[in-house]
Design a protein around this ligand. Sequence first.
Ligand code: PEP
Ligand code: MG
Length: 841
Amino acid sequence: MSAVGIVAVSHSLRLAEAAQELAAQMVPGGTVPIVLAAGAGEDAGGAPILGTDATRVAAAIDELAAVCDGVLVLMDLGSAVMSAEFALELRASEVPVRLASAPFVEGLLAASVTAAQGASLDEVAAEANGALIAKSAQLGDEPQAPAGSGGPELEESAPASAVSRPGEGVRTVLVRNPAGVHARPAALIAQAAAGAELRLRRLPDGDPVPASSMMRLLAFGARPGDEVQLAGDPAAVERVAALFEDGFGEMDGPPSTSGSVSEDARSATETRRGALASDGVSTRSARSTTPASLSPGSTLRGLGVSPGRAIAPVAQLGAAIPEPPAGRLPAAGREAEAERIPSAAVEVVAALRAAAAGSDGEAVQILEATALLAADPEFAAGAAARVRAEGVSAARAVWDEAADQEQVLRGLGGRLAERAVDVRSVRDRIVARLTGQEVPGIPERADPFVLVARDLAPAETATLGRSRCAGLVTEEGGPTSHTAILARALGIPAVVGVAGAVGIAAGTTVLVDGEAGIVRLDPPAGEAVVSADQVPAFDGTGLLADGTAIPLLANVGGAADAVAAAAAGAQGVGLFRTEFCFLDRAEEPTVAEQVAAYRGVLAPFAGRKVVVRTLDAGSDKPLPFATATDEENPALGVRGLRVAREHPALLAHQLAAIAAAGAAEGAQLEVMAPMVATVDEARDFAAACRAAGIVRAGIMIETPAAALLASELLAVVDFVSLGTNDLTQYTLAADRLSAPLGALNDPWQPAVLRLIAAVGEAGRAADKPVGVCGEAGGDPALAPILVGLGVTSLSMTARSLARVSARLRALTADDCRRAAAAALGAPTATEARAAAAAALG
Ligand code: PEP
Ligand code: MG
């Protein structure tokens, strides 16, 4: 469902059609529903009669009410206004309606552009009503604000639009991309200006902003539809004008920024953990940390969750940078202290650029944009001036300068407010250099390292893949924690639940064995790093030895995963964890942003099956814009589909975006909901999918309630997919993040196998597909058992495809059924494993 639809009321149908055509050009793809209520029909000779009709306006509102959350009515003049007012009494629908006093043509353009971004009715109305401001100012109808500090002086007799100096170029450009001048366009502008003198001014009355200042560009806040004046070096003006005209390459929606680490997302997870103990150390970590011998040659044990072996020096996850104290320096030492700031900033820029050079894809843009922020001469100069004037330390001055910048960005709201996190990131990097601390989060190293941490926040895992991390060791976490899942997806050997690991000194060489679950300190020289067993690559068809087809699909979290999965031969996507695209977002992504993110996953699988899961926010994957941070027990709280009870628009927007992405890419789209416990939830979800135009709707079986109701659930949905990670945690009542409970979080537990068997049986009876998309699906030993229990497809990290395929190719359907029956009869997980192995000889 679209957020806002528009009714255009005009005396003239031709005028309304022409205005609609103009508006459509501002919104490529025409995603904003506009209904015309224009003219009063035709005379006997077929000529249009000018006029307006309240019943037509009412019908237009009712038509939009079926597909929109709100309706804005724009009208030309005279009786059009009266018809619109009367229509409010005639209409049958209840949808919120606003009548806008906006000018008809400009208002329609502004409203269309704003509505296309998924803005609220109030926001769309405000944009429409402000649509004349730019024109009025340009024509001199309004007094001009004086040029701001740092910008050029206006000559007294110069017209308001000419802020140029002799010999300079001037251009007026329109912000065309849907997200406006956010961080990425700001970075492109700064790069295109390439040190040349260039100023940007938002018309009609913005202050000039130098293109050399990334901070000021971020705070610039130009939005779609804004006019911007460029003045300065003629060549730079042309280069930057071309960027605006091209919509910064974002005319299909801005690229995902999911790669940047959000402190908000991290702190949401920390809040959850911190809730367990008031001193900020969770009882979970206290429980798992027992004294361990850390002398050379000693071995620490944990749970191997991602196979492979790696040897490298340890790097600890950088802790949060504490606020520097606000002391006072003697006057004599201030100059030297101030001079430390630009050199620390230069070092940070160099480190970021080096990291960018060693990265690829989206990571390069993110690192380059952060480097540009760090290179901002105004930031370093502002901080240095504080040292000289206030006598504070260099670290404190950087901290305070960043706080001011953040406040400016937050005041601008929306996506720009979200960039405050980038300013903090630059602040922390510079302060870390100045004070000799590790940069917070995943270390940035030129050489491979073994990352040691208590655990990783979901947002930190997002940056793991672009670091030089060769192995991973955590004190917390279980086999199905997000950290374990990500390590497997990235092919990084990992051991979780290693008591005392954070005590290993940085720089110590360790061997990580992700199969055996051991970490050896200072291993003997020559200890071999043996790669995982070599198996033939997956050929793209999951088959049993007797020819039974078992499609092997991939679990993905975004476009990069999808591209890798397609290259690994995945027959489709069995689980697209959409929440992974938005872990760093403080506010709900717009529909346009969502469409762009989903298309990135659908595109590599055109013509093939892609199962998109709606946001599984909450519990171990909190999303700041969807999740409460004060739940006593988030795993049993408002997570997954339950979030839609409190935020129905969130689900409606997501389904609209998924449907639009599916239509654009032509994959075989299926959509499923996480964390379903009742038949009503499943029925409502399926109805919402169908209303959004999604043909195949399913649910995940992650709760014992859903497993026990599988027959009833399959009566209202088209398929189910077993989320064995959560099904196991809820069946065994064992937190999947808990290291001490790792052995309970085992899908071989007979109670879990019996629930899976019940679901398989229900699927056979209903003749509907039963998939597995939990980590169990990628375990070559368990896969045949799942098939024997009635599972019809398996979805896994792309790296497991080859091993699972090889195992299934060696067995018939009868073999799988026999082994499943043997496992099902066993009283313990250990005996189930042994019984299955014996049955398969
Ligand atoms: C599961 O619970 O098995 C599952 C696939 O979902 P997630 O791991 O994302 O919670
Ligand atoms: Mg789950």
